[in-house]
Design a protein around this ligand. Structure first.
Ligand SMILES: [Zn+2]
Length: 260
């Protein structure tokens, strides 16, 4: 057996340590998926996310760092955690350019849990809830998978207790389930999975409704009070008002991004 010089050995060990700690960081983020979706997901095994039915999906596609467009268009599972969703009240100032935590979605993961709406798989999983029953609200369809409907009903009950000044933001809603692509893309929206709700669009702002400024940046706009977003976040829904490409009416069930 060849003897390895001590210095070389120490160098190799330090590389191993760096690799191990990087892998541990990625694993802990991806591990949030196991906690967030216990009905479906079992464990992380090496580079695989293992489902309870034995399905395996690669966590890292080994394609290296991706630019912003590639993150949206062709992400892998770990890329969903590339931007950390900020908890709590937004810090002063608008989100940094292209900071859109939650807009990166690995579609096979969501299609497998909620169904592919283009194949008619999502509709049978939807149930009806009454939105803001004390305020004469409407019926909404939302998926029963992962307890999303129960959680949205819990959000609704808390929103129902807010004072009247909040009502105009909450009703009428601008819809929940809708098997459609995201404007300007060919990617199916979270609305197609039955996990999203748009509150009143008349009181909301959307980056696509504005023009970029002279520097090519979209000026941030929002009218929705954070009290509303805070209630959604409590039940696992993220808010599009925390994105650079803001969509302040939009909430979607993404508990993996809220776990710390
Ligand atoms: Zn939406």
């Amino acid at each position: 057996m060849r003897r390895v010089p001590a210095m070389m050995l120490a160098y190799c060990m330090s590389l191993l340590t760096v690799a191990a700690s990087a892998a541990a960081d990625g694993a802990s983020q991806v591990h949030a998926l196991i906690k967030a979706y216990p009905d479906f997901l079992d464990r992380i095994d090496g580079n695989d996310l293992v489902w309870k039915d034995g399905t395996r999906m690669s966590v890292d596609d080994k394609k290296g760092a991706k630019d912003f467009e590639s993150l949206l268009e062709k992400p892998d599972i770990k890329d969903q955690f590339a931007m950390s969703y900020p908890l709590g009240r937004p810090a002063a100032g608008p989100p940094q350019p292209n900071f859109d935590p939650g807009r990166v979605r690995y579609m096979p993961l969501f299609d497998k849990m909620y169904g592919d709406c283009t194949k008619g798989e999502t509709l049978p999983k939807l149930v009806e809830i009454t939105w803001l029953p004390k305020k004469n609200g409407e019926k909404l369809k939302i998926t029963a998978v992962n307890g999303v409907a129960e959680r949205l009903a819990a959000v609704s009950r808390e929103l129902d207790e807010l004072s009247d000044e909040f009502v105009k933001f909450l009703k009428p809603t601008s819809g929940t389930y809708n098997c459609r692509v995201i404007a300007g893309t060919d990617r199916i929206s979270a609305h197609g999975h039955g996990i999203a709700i748009d509150i009143n669009s008349d009181q909301s702002d959307y980056w696509m409704w504005t023009k970029p400024d002279s520097n090519g940046l979209y000026p941030y706009r929002n009218r929705v009070p954070y009290e509303i977003a805070e209630i959604f976040e409590k039940y696992g829904f993220i808010w599009g008002g925390k994105w650079y490409h803001y969509d302040t009416m939009h909430f979607e069930y993404r508990p993996e991004l809220l776990l710390r």
